[in-house]
Structure formats: structure tokens, C-alpha cells
Ligand binder design. Sequence first.
Ligand code: ADP
Length: 278
Amino acid sequence: MKHLRVLGQKSRSQDSAYTAVIMDITAAVKNAERLKQNEIEIAHVARVATAGELAASIAHEVNQPLGALVATGGALLRWIERENPDIEKATANARRMVGYAQRASDIVSRVRTLFERGSTTFEEVNCRDLLSGSFAYVEANARRNRVAIVLDIDDGLPSFQGEPVQLQQVIINLMVNAVQALSQFNSTDRLVKVSARLCGDRIEIACLDNGPGFSGDGEAFFKPFHTTKQHGIGMGLAICRSIVEAHDGKISAGTNPSGGAAFRVSLPLTHKASNLKE
Ligand code: ADP
């Protein structure tokens, strides 16, 4: 089968004369068909890749409230199963469990927005609430690993525009990573310092630990699925970068001057309404 393009024209000078051109366009038609098929395949692969990243990030992010849920549920059972059950303490644990479950569900829906091209509404975020709220989630894990987390927040920091659950996710990820790095490290003085300062029209948040640190520039840590941990997923910092960049901010990995790792996040106080993107 051949595809032909035929163009014909009646001659202007001679009444009965026609000029015709016949072109064999078979190769061009076949190429166009192949191109279309490739585009369909690429779109499919991109969708599958996004779904894979989405699944991995949800697994990573939801792990933390689920862990808290299991620990609090265990404590609740212990308060009830005592000879004299302590209903007040059990109720407090049950309330906390509802909060953790709510957080897990919030994370699922908000991580999903990271992969959609939809706009997210930003609200006023208070830096002290952001850091102390994140600390509350990591505190028990830090204590178990004998790691002290110190918050050092400048007084009178102005509030800024952001998406509080996602920003909390960033800070929790940085704190959990620091605690994990220190838990493998042979040291009696295990310290994570999280600070917040105003620098011009930006809020600068830093998470410094005195753990083993890393060699190289640390840029690779922000690539999806890059992990050096035996059971790591390697999505934490990739998610952090997506969230921070959706806030017109920057995140970088560096070295703590007194040894260990330093992760720095810089966020503008205000910015144009931004679209969260993949
Ligand atoms: P995961 O925790 O699943 O490995 P992340 O994206 O959170 O995924 O981290 C990627 C890698 O960055 C880690 O595997 C580790 O090598 C490195 N990293 C992150 N935080 C620290 C830290 N505080 N100290 C040393 N290395 C770190």
C-alpha cells in the first residue's frame, strides 16, 4: 500500500491541458503514525512513573503518623488492661490516635496535590507553631534514640504565606533524618538544632545535627529514590524539595561547621499565588 499526494492544475494558457504532480508520501505517513504511537507510550510511561512516585511518597509520609498510631494504641490498651483501668489516660490516648489518623489522611490527600497541576491555597503560617508542631511528632522517636532536639526561634518572626501541613512535612522529614543519622552514630552527645531567623524578606530555617554528616555536595540526596539507608525509600528529601520549590523557596544540604549535616530551607515571606507542580 502506498500513500500518494496528488496535486493538479488546469493550464491557464491551453484550455485542454492539465499539470499534475504525484508524490509518494508513504514514508512521511508511516513516520507520523509511529510518532503518534510513541507519544501514547511516553504518556503512559510518565503516568506509571508518577503513580510509582506517588505510591512511594505516600508510603514514606504516612509511615510516621502510622507509627505514632500504633505506639499510642499500645499505650491505650495498657491503660485499659490494668487492674484499675485509667479511663482518663486511655481517653487522652484515643484522642491522640484520632489526631494521628486525621494527619495520615491529610497527608494522603496533600501529597496527591503535589503530583497534580492544581493550585493550593496558602495561609498565614506562624514559624514557632510550624517548628514546635513538627517537634511534637518527632519527640518520642528522638527520646528513644537518646537524641536531644533544640528549637532556636528568633522572637517576633513575622508569619509568612504557606501550606502548613506540607511545610510541617518538610521539617518533620529533616528532623527524622537527623535523628536517624545520629542513632547510627557512636556519640554520647547527640544533638539536633533547628533554628529560624528572618533574613531580609525571607525566613531561613536550618536543621543542624552533630552526626556523621556526608561527603560530596549532597545534591544527589534530593533525587527521588536516592537512599543510603538499608530500609530507606529515598523520597523524603525529594518531597521536601518539591514542597519548598512550590513555595518559591530553596532547600540545600551542607555541612554543620561543628561537624555533621546542615539542611537549610529559605522561604519568602510572600509570593505570587503559585501552582504546586510535579
Ligand atoms: P531516606 O530517608 O528514605 O533515605 P531521604 O530522601 O530522606 O530518604 O534521604 C536521602 C539520603 O540523604 C539518606 O539516605 C542519607 O544518605 C542522606 N541524609 C539525609 N539526612 C541526612 C543527615 N542528617 N545526615 C547525613 N545524611 C543524611
